[in-house]
Write a protein that binds this ligand. Sequence first.
Ligand code: ADP
Ligand code: MG
Length: 400
Amino acid sequence: MARFRTLDDLGDLTGNVALVRVDLNLPMQDGSVTDDTRVRAAAPTILELAAKGAKVLLLAHFGRPKGERVSTMSVSMTIDAVQAVLGKEVMFVPEIAGPVVAQSVGILRPGDIALLENTRFWKGEEKNDPELAKAIAANGDIYVNDAFSAAHRAHASTEGLAHLLPAYAGRSMEAELKALDAALGTPERPVAAVVGGAKVSSKLDVLTHLVTQVDHLIIGGGMANTFLAARGVNVGKSLCEYELAPTCEQILDAADKSGCSVHLPYDVVVAKEFAANPASVRTCNVHEVAADEMILDVGPQAVEALADVLKTCRTLVWNGPLGAFEIEPFDTATVALARSAAALSKEGVLTSVAGGGDTVAALNHAGVADDFTYISTAGGAFLEWMEGKELPGVKALEIA
Ligand code: ADP
Ligand code: MG
């Protein structure tokens, strides 16, 4: 694993200003925050820096204002949630650089925290403009990046700043990097990957990369339909990307060459309509799907076999639900396999790392989120990492 400076490398910070990139892109409804997970993830870093005596300036983006000041996208909308989680007062500063920030720094006492405006109000942010990065850096002494979820973007606040100030990985960034390294960097073998979700097209690069990295690739969800169809199985009205058959063949060939076993379901749960507990729901062999039926979940026999595969593995990386888990009973396979993985993780025989918006929701629904070794809430950055890509925000933190 590449080396990073962490907060362990910092002593007393009294008299210093820490510019801290965090993820405050919080889900909102009617002006209030509906989920403060991201704030809770950043809190240890913020509070630790404050406890070391730093004046802490938080940098974050919020929505997609595209380089304009958009009042409904002011990051100040999150300040109540931030204060509630931190249990401290936070000053809001409607700028990210320049004299207004400098004056605010003058008012702050050691250990105080300020939230700077949405970085994406400035065009230079997403362009990674060195001038903007310099202007932001001018008000700080150190830079801490605690937003792994934004690390796949080379922006001024996620990448540029790391080159201008002594740069450190925050606690949540550090935990994420350690977990990801344990899952795919230097994992204990055998390694299994579960890739599910709706479409093969959205995860082509993930599949292509994983077959060269893992010992078992378990394909579920809508994308299993595309693979089954590519193998000549009639999938009826299932969600299926028929045009990707040649791509699926290539992925299967690549898996073969690198000794990766690919697991496709051999029994499935089908229904004639996409609704909760429809009368038409039934379980059948993949070769028995009728023309008017849709595959909406992996079947119980396949799940049992997959649980047996996990028992032989030491590491699991999971992205994408095995079925249309939002609607009962099509959550069954996802819940069952998640519980098997959770039990093995709890026993200490499996290192399990999962990520993806719907995946996290599915694992929460299964009630196993706490038993997995690590759950990444990073979305796009997690997927890019699963694709084997170098993340610029992470790269910039590495010690040469
Ligand atoms: P993540 O957000 O974790 O990366 P995806 O967005 O790729 O996951 O996939 C989640 C979606 O895939 C869910 O909305 C789920 O309903 C859908 N899905 C899973 N299996 C099927 C299926 N067999 N048919 C249709 N949709 C499915
Ligand atoms: Mg999704």
